[in-house]
Design a binder for this molecule. Structure first.
Ligand code: CP
Length: 309
C-alpha cells in the first residue's frame, strides 16, 4: 500500500503532480454538482487524536466528494479513554477493512508506525512536531495559484518554528521547488542548527520580512511548550505579531498566510488577517482540493501515483 507520511518522501515531480491534480479538484469543487465516482466503494477512516477544525473536515469532504464512505472515529468517546493503545485501536480499525486511514497524533512518527501495522494506505494529518504534509501542499497550491510559481519566491515563515510541523513540511517542500525560505522568530523558538534545514534565520520581523513575496504566520504551539519557554502574549505580539506596520517591510503584493487556527492579537492582527493581502480563506479551499488529490493518487488504481510512497 502507498502512504503519504511526509513531504520528505516526495520528489519535486511528485509534488508538482499532486498540485496539478489539486488544481483540477478545485474546478470540481466550484461546480454546483461536486460528486465524483473516483473512490466509490472505498472506505476512509479519519482518526484524530488531536483537535482539528480544517484538516479533519476537509479530509471528510474530500472523501465524500470522491464518493468514498467516510467514517470519523470519535477518539474522545472511544476506548482510548479506557486505556487502549494506538496500535490496538489501529488493529481494530484495520480488521474492518478500510482502504485509507487518516491519522493525526501528538507523537512524531505515529503515522509511520501505523503504516507498518495496517493493511491500507495511511495519510499523515499531523504527527507531533514532525510533519503535516497536506498542509504544506495546500500552502504551495495557494501560493502557486496566486503568484504563478514557487521557484525564486522569498517566503518568510514566522513564529513558533521550534514546535511547528507546518513549518517543517513547508521548509522541505518550498526548498524542493526552488523557493528561498526564511524563518523569523525569537531565538528561543528557533530549533538549534535550523540553517541546516536550508533556511535563513532572522530574529526581527523587520529584517525577516524585507522584500518577502509571502509572509506565513504560525500559532504559538502552547500544547508543546510544557516545561519550556512560554513568551508573554503582549510582548510576543509587540515584537513578532504581524500588523499592518510590520507587513510594510514585505513586498507590496506579498501574500499573508496562516494555517489556522489563528490566535488574533497574538501572532496576527485582525487588520491583516482580514485584509486585502490575506489568502487565509483560499488556503482552506485549497485544503479540500489537495486532500482529494492525495487520496486519489494513493487509491485510484487507474492513475500512476508516482513516488507517493
Ligand atoms: N491547519 C490545521 O491543521 O488546522 P486544524 O488544526 O484545524 O486541522
Amino acid at each position: 500500500h502507498r502512504h503519504l507520511l511526509g513531504i520528505k518522501s516526495l520528489s519535486p515531480a511528485d509534488i508538482e503532480m499532486l498540485l496539478d491534480r489539486a488544481d483540477a479538484a478545485v474546478a470540481v469543487s466550484r461546480q454546483p454538482e461536486k460528486k465524483l465516482a473516483t473512490l466509490r466503494g472505498r472506505t476512509q477512516i479519519n482518526l484524530f487524536y488531536e483537535a482539528s477544525t480544517r484538516t479533519q473536515s476537509s479530509f471528510e469532504l474530500a472523501g465524500k466528494r470522491m464518493g468514498a464512505d467516510v467514517m470519523n472515529m470519535s477518539v474522545a468517546s472511544s476506548s482510548t479513554k479506557k486505556g487502549e493503545t494506538l496500535l490496538d485501536t489501529a488493529a481494530t480499525l484495520n480488521a474492518m477493512r478500510p482502504d485509507i486511514l487518516v491519522i493525526r497524533h501528538s507523537a512524531a512518527g505515529a503515522a509511520a508506525l501505523l503504516a507498518q501495522k495496517v493493511g491500507c494506505s495511511v495519510v499523515n494529518a499531523g504527527d507531533g512536531a514532525h510533519e503535516h504534509p497536506t498542509q504544506a501542499l495546500l500552502d504551495a497550491l495557494t501560493i502557486r495559484r496566486a503568484k504563478g510559481r514557487l521557484a525564486g519566491l522569498t517566503v518568510a515563515i514566522c513564529g513558533d518554528i521550534l514546535h511547528s510541523r507546518v513549518a517543517r513540511s513547508n521548509i522541505i517542500l518550498l526548498n524542493a521547488l526552488g523557493a528561498r525560505v526564511r524563518v523569523v522568530a525569537p531565538s528561543t523558538l528557533l530549533p538549534a542548527g535550523v540553517e541546516q534545514m536550508g533556511v535563513e534565520p532572522f530574529t526581527t520581523m523587520e529584517d525577516g520580512l524585507k522584500g518577502a513575496d509571502v509572509v506565513m504566520m504560525l500559532r504559538l504551539q502552547r500544547e508543546r511548550m510544557a516545561g519550556s519557554f512560554v513568551p508573554s502574549v503582549r510582548e510576543y505580539f509587540r515584537f513578532f505579531g504581524l500588523d499592518s506596520q510590520k507587513l510594510k517591510a514585505a513586498k507590496k503584493d506579498a501574500l499573508v498566510m496562516h494555517p489556522g487556527p489563528m490566535n488574533r492579537g497574538v501572532e496576527i492582527a485582525s487588520e491583516v488577517a482580514d485584509g486585502p493581502q490575506s489568502v487565509i480563506q483560499e488556503q482552506v479551499e485549497m485544503g479540500v482540493a489537495v486532500r482529494m488529490a492525495v487520496m486519489e493518487a494513493l487509491l485510484d488504481p487507474r492513475r500512476n501515483a508516482g513516488g507517493v510512497a
